[in-house]
Design a protein around this ligand. Structure first.
Ligand code: UDP
Length: 235
């Protein structure tokens, strides 16, 4: 089986218990999970958020920093996380390439879809950083965009929960996980795990979004192999 997927990690996923910065043990865990995919001939693209360092909306909240500038700061944060992820993957013996939507040649390749595709064909993991390169977007939208551009079979959003629930599972004990949910229903309910722009883009391009628990070891591989018990699929 030769499959191409894009996995999205939030910036917060990289932070340790204090919710800030980069915990190298978590990076190492993620790199292991990705290695399992590569070892099974799966071509992997990665998008990482920047919320562990800075989020545009929060940084611009009191008006001192303009939203557009705050968003650029957020995009830069994703590059920091991308550099760290590239290191963690290489530390595991994988071949990885960091691309960025905002040019910074000393640090990463510029995003060029044909180049990304070539890397993927060669078994290299490609990390897409700096989001879409535009303010007012999120890395969830960037992940949907990149997944579509590289023609990924699915976008896996790696989270701390097993999927999409009928109500907040952190608040309600009787929350029920939904195995599948249509794009329209996800949009109507404004599901918390994915923003509407990303869902609308996925809908237009018929890209399945799999919301999965990243802390369940081996879950990413299981999902790609067809075991959907620890995830929800928006399709
Ligand atoms: N961002 C942006 N355009 C993009 C992607 C991200 O302006 O295409 C900025 C935005 O300020 C966002 C920050 O980068 O808050 C970090 O990304 P995000 O909040 O999506 O990270 P996550 O929540 O996944 O950690």
């Amino acid at each position: 089986m030769n499959k191409r997927v894009l996995v999205k990690f939030s910036g917060e996923a990289l932070a340790g218990a204090d919710g800030y910065g980069i915990d190298t043990q978590i990076l190492d865990y993620i790199a292991n999970e990705i290695k399992e995919l590569v070892n099974n001939n799966i071509e992997v693209g990665i998008v990482i958020g920047g919320g562990n360092i800075i989020r545009g909306v929060t940084a611009a909240a009191d008006g001192v920093i303009k939203r557009t500038s705050a968003d650029y700061m957020g995009m830069l944060a994703t590059v920091i996380n991308g550099v760290a992820m590239q290191e963690a993957l290489e530390h595991k013996g994988l071949s990885a390439r960091l691309q960025t939507a905002i040019k910074m040649e000393q640090i990463a390749e510029p995003f060029i879809v044909r180049k990304a595709q070539r890397h993927l064909e060669k078994g290299r993991v490609v990390i897409f950083s700096a989001g879409t390169g535009n303010p007012y977007f999120t890395t969830d939208t960037a992940a949907t965009l990149r997944a579509t551009e590289i023609d990924a079979a699915m976008l896996i959003k790696a989270t701390k929960v097993d999927g999409v629930y009928d109500k907040d599972p952190m608040k309600y004990e009787d929350a029920v996980k939904l195995d599948t949910i249509t794009y329209d229903k996800a949009l109507e309910d404004h599901i918390k795990v994915m923003d509407d722009t990303a869902i609308a883009l996925a809908k237009d391009n018929k890209l399945p979004i799999v919301v999965a628990n990243m802390n369940e070891k081996g879950n990413l591989l299981k999902i790609i192999q067809g075991d959907y018990s620890k995830c929800s699929i928006v399709k």
